[in-house]
Unconditional design. Structure first.
Length: 302
């Protein structure tokens, strides 16, 4: 194919604020109607505006703007470069709309909000993901990895057993088979979430003990029961943890959800807890940690 079009939601105009022009694409009406709308821009990059009710038959009201960009075969190398950047993590670009389309430059070291100001366009690419270290590849661990696959988490899955992991894992998962699982925490960037569900209660306790030292990890959870929590609290006090540190421990995980003990149900309830915790930290302005892959080791297994 010599040419292709990319149609995507347009960033808000300057002064509108982040989130302006929110819309519902259910039914696909916007995509099907974009070619017939008038807009501003060049022959290769145009911004189109729609009234959701009268033009698109939507019941939610309001307006939506979409950007339509034309790519030719000669743009393939540039598109591949942007795809590689996006796979490595979120980034932003600044560009101006001209006769040849939108000329973008990557913004290094900062992440401005997406916006349009005249012919100047600021765009954001990629998805910021929370780092999550998951210890244990049992039934619940496997179910949780699948539950987290479409969610904004980068999972480092840790288990020392040689045949613990399944043959295939989601793309947001890195496998680690260390001789000493506890030592993995020393390589993890601050701000990561930690979940513990290994095959060994003593190992669970050792990982929790290490994770609760200091405040590097804002979310530390372990699978178990009220009885297991009581035992862990006693042992943690014995090794010197104070009330504040012990109170940070989430055990059992998934307890706020359904009471079913099915691994998939526990995983679903735990995934909800993780999303809530992540959103809460984002709301108070906590910055996400840098990707774990550089420190724990790139690739799918180590």
């Amino acid at each position: 194919m010599e040419r292709s079009f990319c149609v995507f939601p347009s960033p808000p105009r300057g002064g509108e604020g982040e989130g302006a022009g929110g819309f519902d694409l259910e039914g696909g009406q916007t995509e099907g109607s974009a070619g017939g709308a008038a807009g501003q821009g060049s022959a290769r990059f145009r911004i189109l505006s729609f009234a959701l009710g009268p033009q698109l038959g939507q019941c939610c009201g309001g307006h939506v703007r979409v950007a339509v960009e034309l790519f030719a075969a000669g743009d393939l190398a540039r598109v591949r470069d942007f795809a590689a950047r996006e796979a490595a993590g979120p980034f932003a670009t600044v560009g101006r709309i001209g006769a040849d389309g939108l000329a973008r430059m990557v913004v290094e070291g900062e992440h401005p909000a997406a916006a349009i100001e005249g012919d100047r366009v600021v765009e954001t690419f990629g998805e910021a993901r929370r780092d999550l270290v998951l210890f244990g590849a049992g039934h619940v661990g496997r179910a949780l990895v699948l539950a987290l696959a479409p969610l904004p988490f980068r999972v480092v899955w840790v288990d020392p057993r040689p045949d613990a992991f399944p043959g295939a894992v989601p793309g947001n998962v890195t496998l680690v088979r260390p001789a000493d699982p506890v030592a993995v925490l020393d390589q993890v960037a601050d701000g990561a979430f930690v979940l513990v569900m290994t095959h060994d209660h003593a190992l669970d306790l050792a990982i929790v003990d290490a994770a609760l030292h200091g405040t590097r990890f804002p979310h530390v959870g372990v699978i178990g029961s009220a009885t297991k929590r009581a035992r862990f609290e006693n042992r943690l006090r014995e090794v010197g943890h104070g009330p504040a540190a012990i109170a940070r421990l989430i055990c059992p995980i998934g307890a706020t959800g359904p009471k079913s003990k099915l691994p998939a149900v526990i995983a679903a309830a735990t995934a909800v807890e993780l999303i809530v915790a992540d959103e809460r930290l984002k709301a108070v302005g906590e910055r996400r940690s840098e990707p774990l892959l550089a420190s724990v080791g790139g690739g799918r297994a180590s």
